[in-house]
Design a protein around this ligand. Structure first.
Ligand code: HEC
Length: 126
């Protein structure tokens, strides 16, 4: 085989790889996007909370909270003032739902990271 032919074969292989790479990147991105958009937990108020509370922001801002019942009461009333549509008949049940699922005695929220997880210790940026 002439050296030139080998070189051409290599070039062909490299360009084939270059063509494949953006496609695999796209697939990875789609699955990450699906993963970070979490749902509110199951429960009698899940559907109503989803409608009332995920209109302006995604669930994570709620999932990461660990608040007492009085704090959830303030939070829900604040969100209603900001425009959340909460039927007054549902207000107490919604506060119960949130303070049951996201109380201070629940384990800390584990944020979903969009970057590929690395083995070993976290990078030290501090
Ligand atoms: C009209 C839009 C809107 C609706 C509907 C809404 N929120 Fe919010 N919420 C906001 C905004 C704006 C912020 C502050 C955004 C930020 O910091 O990124 C926020 C922030 C939050 C926070 C973070 C703590 C804070 O006070 O900033 C929590 C918890 C929260 N919302 C819960 C809820 C719950 C529970 C509901 C449903 C009852 C709800 N939100 C509905 C607009 C809304």
């Amino acid at each position: 085989m002439s050296p030139e032919l080998t070189f051409r074969k290599m070039l062909y292989k490299i360009s084939a790889l270059a063509l494949l790479m953006p496609a695999s990147g796209l697939v990875a991105q789609t699955s990450v996007a699906a993963k970070v958009t979490a749902d509110l937990p199951a429960g009698p108020m899940q559907a109503k909370a989803t409608t009332a509370c995920l209109e302006c922001h995604e669930a994570r801002i709620i999932l990461q909270q660990r608040l007492s019942k009085p704090a959830w009461t303030k939070e829900v009333d604040k969100m209603a003032k900001w425009g959340a549509v909460v039927d007054p008949a549902d207000r107490d049940a919604l506060i119960d739902y949130l303070s049951t699922n996201f109380s201070p005695d629940k384990p800390a929220y584990e944020p979903q990271r969009t970057a590929v997880e690395k083995k070993g210790s976290a990078p030290k940026n501090y």
